[in-house]
Design a protein around this ligand. Structure first.
Ligand SMILES: Cc1cc2nc3c(=O)[nH]c(=O)nc-3n(C[C@H](O)[C@H](O)[C@H](O)COP(=O)(O)OP(=O)(O)OC[C@H]3O[C@@H](n4cnc5c(N)ncnc54)[C@H](O)[C@@H]3O)c2cc1C
Ligand code: SF4
Length: 326
């Protein structure tokens, strides 16, 4: 049986107190929210903090509100509450679909949006016991000096948070607070292409929440995810598409994000050139081709990357069909 290591649990009731505790304990401390990812990782000895600073008693992180042009989603909101919220389901269907497809129902009650955003990257050579990893000589991300996937000195463990692709296509910004003040970061700046730590969060900084622009009524967005067991598993591939066309089927906005590939979610580039074109089968084929280009799965997850790669165009087509004008 895997056991938790010893640690001290501190439970501040305000963001200011949490920041003070993080500053006081420095690299000995880690943040814990729902604990649904961190606790298994502690059992696998992937981290060994002396202190866990819990965010679960901080009510100010659990707020969610419609601010008119944007929505505020607090980092401490549970995935269950967000996924089941009828208003959010109407406004951000791709996001609630993704949140409702994370882990299992019990996890979603405990798990938070902030924890999902800051989820550690995953790899078949990393999410293993200490004994397993040691037998292989460890790896670059933890205790070793080489990468078994890329062969070199770069970790390409997969960003596996299902909330990221929909938040990217909706144009969300991550709001953080730390020793250097408050920051508002677009999602593509929040994530960095380094599997060892794939966010730009600084030491002692925490995520307060997300500000997501309220979409026009003509925006359509959808999310799709590949996993072994639909009831519980992490993504092997996940994707969100947002498409807005006017009443003459002319494309006004198009955004695609694909993840569970490498360390950073892939925001499909070069889609702007399709703005102003009329939506039809020919344009759909061009968009699929473009999305396929940068979406290359690696051997970082325990499944055949060729299969994941073959599913990229299938997913894009399904999602575009779901979002296309009638
Ligand atoms: C069986 C199983 C299946 C899973 N399936 C999925 C899945 O399908 N998709 C998926 O995306 N995830 C999955 N997960 C992972 C996890 O349940 C979710 O990602 C969850 O949203 C994590 O949130 P949490 O609040 O529990 O985070 P925690 O485990 O508490 O924390 C995760 C990380 O985020 C950091 N953190 C938490 N909150 C903040 C904050 N506000 N600011 C800065 N850092 C913070 C923590 O320090 C830690 O590093 C699964 C987990 C399990 C055990
Ligand atoms: S991608 Fe390479 S370095 Fe990163 S966790 Fe996997 S094996 Fe380790």
């Amino acid at each position: 049986m895997l056991r938790l290591p010893e640690f001290e649990l501190l439970s501040p009731s305000s963001v200011d107190d949490a920041l003070a505790l993080l500053a006081e304990h420095g690299s000995d401390a880690m943040i814990i929210a729902g604990g649904t990812d961190l606790l298994p990782n502690l059992k696998h000895q992937l981290f060994s903090p002396k202190v866990l600073v819990s965010l679960s008693a901080i009510d100010e992180l659990k707020t969610m509100r419609n601010e008119g042009e944007t929505w505020w989603l607090g980092a401490g909101c549970s995935l269950h509450d967000l996924a089941e919220n009828a208003e959010l389901q109407m406004v951000f269907p791709a996001l609630t679909e993704a949140l409702g497809a994370i882990a299992g129902p019990h996890h979603r009650v405990m798990a938070t949006l902030g924890g999902n955003l800051c989820l550690d990257t995953r790899c078949v050579y990393y999410n293993q016991t200490q004994f397993w990893r040691e037998a292989l000589g460890f790896c670059l991300k933890k205790d070793g000096d080489t990468c078994h996937v890329a062969g070199g000195r770069k970790c390409v463990a997969a960003a596996s948070n299902d909330s990221a692709p929909p938040l990217i296509v909706y144009g969300a910004k991550v709001e953080t607070l730390g020793p250097n003040g408050r920051r508002s970061l677009p999602m593509d700046q929040f994530y960095v292409p380094d599997g060892i730590k794939n966010t730009c969060l600084e030491a002692g900084e925490l995520v307060l929440g997300l500000r997501v622009p309220t979409p026009n009524s003509s925006v359509r967005a959808a999310f799709h995810k590949l996993r072994r067991r639909d009831a519980i598993d992490f993504p092997l591939l996940n994707m969100a598409v947002l498409l807005e066309c006017d009443d003459k089927r002319v494309v006004q906005r198009l955004s695609i994000a694909v993840s569970a590939l490498a360390a950073r979610p892939n925001i499909v580039r070069g889609l702007d050139k399709f703005l102003g074109e009329t939506w039809d089968d020919e344009l759909e084929a061009k968009v699929i081709k473009r999305a396929q280009k940068g979406s290359i799965p690696l051997t970082n997850l325990a499944t055949d990357p060729a299969w994941r790669r073959a599913l990229v165009p299938v997913f894009v087509k399904r999602l575009l069909n779901a979002c296309a004008p009638d």
